[in-house]
Design a protein around this ligand. Sequence first.
Ligand SMILES: Cc1ncc(COP(=O)(O)O)c(C=O)c1O
Ligand SMILES: [Zn+2]
Length: 454
Amino acid sequence: MGSLPPVILAWAPRLVTVGIPIHGAARGGGILAPRNPHEPEGAMTFISHVECTICGHRHDAKRLLTVCAKCGQMLAVRYDLERVKAHVTKDTLTSRPPGMYRFRELTPLDDGEAPVTLGEGGTPVLALPRLADHLGMRRLWAKDEGQNPTGTFKARGLGMAITRGRTLGARGFVIPSAGNAGGAAAAYAARCGLPCIVIVPRGTPPAAIAEALIAGAHVFTIDGSIATAGRVAAKAAPALGWFDLSTLKEPYRLEGKKTIGLELAADLGWRMPDVLLYPTGGGTGLVGIPKAYDELRAMGWLSGELPRFFAVQAEGCAPVVKAFREGAETTTAWENPTTAAAGLRVPSPFAGRQMLRVLRDTRGGAVAVSERQIEEAHRLIARVEGIWTAPESAALVAALAVLKDRGDLARDAEVLLVFTGSGLKYAPPALPAPTHLEGSEEEVLLRVQRVVRP
Ligand SMILES: Cc1ncc(COP(=O)(O)O)c(C=O)c1O
Ligand SMILES: [Zn+2]
C-alpha cells in the first residue's frame, strides 16, 4: 500500500456536505483518508447539450431535466468529445483512483461538482474459464457489478442521478423500482441528506426493501409491478415537488450506467468484446453501454464494430424478446409479468424503442429463459466459478446455452456477461440442507468422512 494521498484542501468544504468517499480494501486501495478522488485538475464539464433520442430536440443542460419537452421521449446527454480528447488521455483516466468518476469528463458533472458517492464502479472483469469449459466456449468474461456499493450496478445510475438532482435543485426523490434501484436511491439520498420515496411491488426481495428502509426512505409496496408503482410515482413526485427517478425518464441515470461501458473498454485494453449479454428490465445498461462505446469510438479511443448486444429476459416477462421477434419498433405491455428475477419484471419499459434499436443495429438479439433454467444456472455459476450472483445475471448464464444451441455463438467468440448484482441480496435457489454434526467425536468424524467421500 502506498503513502496516503494528499488532502486536496480546495475540496474540503464540499466534502463535508456530501460525505467523504471511503475506499475499502475490497476494491483497489484500502485507503481510509480524507481525500476526494473524484476530481483533481480543475474539474470541468464537457457537456455540449442534452437532446431527445427520438426527435433530436435540444434542452438546456443547466436545468433539471426529465423527458423531451416536445415528444415525451427519452433524453440523452451529449458531450464535446473533441474537447474531452484534447483535455485528457486514456492514461490520465486510468491512472486515477478506481471508480466511475475516473471518467469524469464523460459524465454530466458540472464544473467543480462533487459527486454523492459511496465508491461505486471499479468492478472487476472476471475470466470464467471453468464455466466456458462447461459450455464448450473459449473466451468468457463477466463484469461483476455485484461488487458495487448496495450490491448491484444500480449504484452507478442512482449515484449519478442523485448527484445531479441534488445540484440542480431537487428537494427529494421518488422512485418506482423492482427493488435494487429503490435500495440504491435510498442509500444515495441518505448520503446527501435528502428524502426519498421508494415504491416497489409486493413480493420484492426483502433485502432490497430493508436496504431502503434502513436508509430512512419512505417505502411503499403496491400490488402489480414496477409499472403500477411508476403510475403512483408520476403522481406523487409533482404533488410533492420531488424529482421522479423512473427508469430513463431523466437523463442522468443513463450516464451513471454508461460508466460500465467506459470501464469495460479500459478493462479489456481499449477493445470491445464480440458479444455482450445484458439482463434486461428497463434497459439502462443496454442503452448506456453502447452509448459509452459510441462516445469512445467518436474520440478514436476504440475502433471497430460494436459487440453484438443480446437482451436476456425471463419467459414470464419478455416484452423486448417478443418485440424483437416480431420486428416491432417498440415494446408493448406484457400481461401478468412473473419471474423470480425481480429486476427483469418490467412489463412496459419506457425505452423499448431505444433498446430494440441497439439489438438490431449491432446484429444482436433477444433471448427468453425459463425459471428452471435461471435456477439451474444460478447454482451452476456459483459451483463452477464461486460467484453467487443475482438471479438476473444467472439468466445470462442460462442464455449462453440457448444461444450456443441456436448456433448464435461462435466457439471462439469473446463473450462478456454483465453480472448486475450480488446473490446475497436474494433468497438463494433451492439447495441441499447442510449436514448437522452431533454425537461423539468419532461419530462426528465418521459423518464428515461419509459426506465428503461417500
Ligand atoms: C440485479 C438486476 N439486474 C438487472 C436489472 C435490469 O436492469 P435494467 O433495468 O437496466 O434493464 C435489474 C433492475 O432492477 C436488477 O436489479
Ligand atoms: Zn423529442
